[in-house]
Design a protein around this ligand. Structure first.
Ligand code: FB9
Length: 498
């Protein structure tokens, strides 16, 4: 059994040999001449080659090696021979033989039957009888010859492969010769100066190992920002750069009043039934609605005003009092615009929100029952659709989306409304990237905002851009326990707007 020589001695042995011999043709035989495992010599060869002290060229050979099962047969005979050997002249029951031979029994029975070495009496399939005196264990022989590295006929190889007794093993060894930097004794390069070196003065003739500037630093295990939060931060800084203030969106539970009625969305609008909206059982109703403003909203829904003819239905307070999980952060925009309207004199404002909204929708590759809505709004005198388009061009160009197209759309609370499309070079197609519009006077004037003040607004989701930027195909891989951690680890910081 090859002993473990300190690698220094193996190195010394190798260099000394090469110093006097042109080459080492076969590292395997050289290793056994040193009495060390080939693996140990291999490590020394790799390190000496790295310093070009020796030059090694690989020699590879694929050899058939015995599986552990085959090693068993090579040692104690093939299953079929073991079986026949276990059958006394009067025969033996399968049970007894199975007892004796364990899992060799089945394989042995099949092979022995195939070789017509065994048989059964008429009508007694359990008693196994020997049909031969002598059995020549060709299998064991072939396995042994293989173990000794002898060449075996292809037909035998195929048979052994079929019986899953051999597998292919690639073995590699080396031929070696002096390298351009060959030395008989490698100078151990110092990697740092120690107190001993200084005290002994040895440092004067020390040779130092060069700095390996290409060395990778210690991988540092740090936390990773969830892709959604990464894109949210990027979009948040775009809003802040554009002078927007964040709206407080920490209240997921909202009343139908602020989520729908204040937005001039009629009470029989399909979005207001439980198919689309999660209504609360408890607390089912809100009690904190501003009465005077509520009257005005009732007014405008029922009979209009402010140049509108309204919807002409009888508006119910208790419908407006129903609590729900907000379906859009526009509910927060409504509250903020109402609050702004109470502040005299009117001051223009830019607001944004990025937070969760809830919709009772069928879950599929791009839809969950909740997503993050991004919303921006500007409230000021004389704002026009042109201003909206201008702000959208500015906002989306900072997101790296320059080529925009606008398609007329409909929202109950904006008129005119536009869907926003951008041409995505990666996907080679126009992608719908959001929705927008100018809030209706029926929404703004009952709040008490001055005539002439308009509000332009737009919205998009956080999940869609994150999925596209991170190449995530299914929204379910973005949320919750199934998030692929490596995806987060290996996804570079998303570069927006570049
Ligand atoms: O996010 C959406 N698409 C999108 C956005 C960015 C993006 O970036 C890529 C890196 C390049 C890619 C895609 N959409 C809005 C468009 C569609 O995905 C749409 O099918 C799904 N929409 C959601 C609602 O689904 C029911 C996205 C969500 C959405 C839609 C509208 C608004 C907000 C979110 C709004 C609004 C609005 C309108 C007027 C006034 C105020 C708010």
């Amino acid at each position: 059994m090859a002993t473990r020589l300190p690698s220094a001695d193996v190195e010394a042995g190798l260099l000394a040999h090469l110093n006097t011999n042109a080459e080492i043709a076969d590292s395997r035989s050289f290793a056994s001449s040193l009495g060390v495992p080939h693996k140990e010599l291999e490590d020394v060869i790799k390190s000496l080659s790295a310093f070009r002290i020796v030059e090694s060229s690989d020699i590879t050979k694929e050899t058939w090696v015995l599986t552990n099962e085959a090693k068993g047969y090579a040692a104690s005979g093939s299953p079929e021979v073991q079986l026949v050997a276990a059958i006394p002249p009067e025969g033996a029951s399968k049970g007894v033989l199975k007892e004796k031979l364990g899992d060799v029994f089945d394989i042995g029975m099949k092979a022995a039957a195939k070789n017509k070495w065994i048989g059964f009496e008429k009508g007694n399939k359990d008693l196994v009888l020997r049909k031969v005196e002598e059995t020549k264990d060709e299998l064991q022989e072939q396995l042994k010859r293989l173990e000794n590295g002898e060449v075996i006929a292809d037909k035998v190889i195929d048979d052994l492969k079929r019986r899953k007794l051999i597998t292919k093993e690639k073995s590699i060894w080396y031929s070696l010769k002096k390298g351009p930097e060959f030395v008989v004794k490698r100078k151990i390069l110092a990697t740092d100066v120690t107190r001993e070196h200084l005290k002994s003065g040895e440092w004067k003739d020390l040779e130092f190992k060069g700095y390996n500037y290409g060395a990778h630093g210690q991988p540092i295990s740090v936390g990773y920002v969830q892709p959604l939060l990464e894109v949210r931060d990027a979009i948040q800084s775009i809003f802040l750069e554009m002078g927007f203030c964040e709206m407080p969106t920490n209240m997921f539970v909202e009343s139908s009043f602020w989520n729908f009625d204040a937005l001039f969305q009629p009470q029989q609008h399909p979005a207001r039934d439980s198919h689309d909206t999660f209504f609360l059982k408890a607390p089912a109703k809100t009690t904190q609605l501003p009465d005077d403003y509520l009257e005005k909203v009732k007014q405008v829904h029922e009979s209009g005003g402010y140049g509108s003819k309204g919807y002409g239905y009888d508006w119910k307070r208790d419908e407006a009092e129903k609590n729900l999980l907000r379906t859009h952060t526009t509910a927060v925009s409504t509250r903020m615009l109402y609050k702004l309207a109470q502040e005299k004199p009117f001051a223009p404002k830019r607001y944004y929100s990025i937070d969760r909204v809830f919709r009772n929708e069928a879950v599929d590759r791009t839809h969950l029952a909740e997503f993050h809505q991004i919303e921006g709004l500007i409230c000021d005198y004389g704002l026009t659709l042109g201003d909206l388009i201008g702000v959208l061009e500015d906002f989306f160009s900072r997101l790296g989306m320059s080529k925009l197209r606008f398609k007329p759309a409909y929202n109950p609370y904006t008129e005119p409304s536009m869907e926003i499309f951008s041409y995505h070079d990666g996907l080679k197609k126009w992608v719908e990237i959001g929705n927008s519009g100018m809030f209706r006077p029926e929404m703004l004037l009952p709040m008490g905002l001055p005539e002439g003040v308009n509000v332009i607004a737009w919205g998009l989701s956080l999940e869609r851009p994150t999925m596209i930027l991170y190449g995530i195909d299914n929204i379910r891989d973005l949320f919750g326990p199934k998030v692929d951690f490596n995806l987060i680890k290996n996804s570079p910081m998303c570069r927006l707007g570049m």
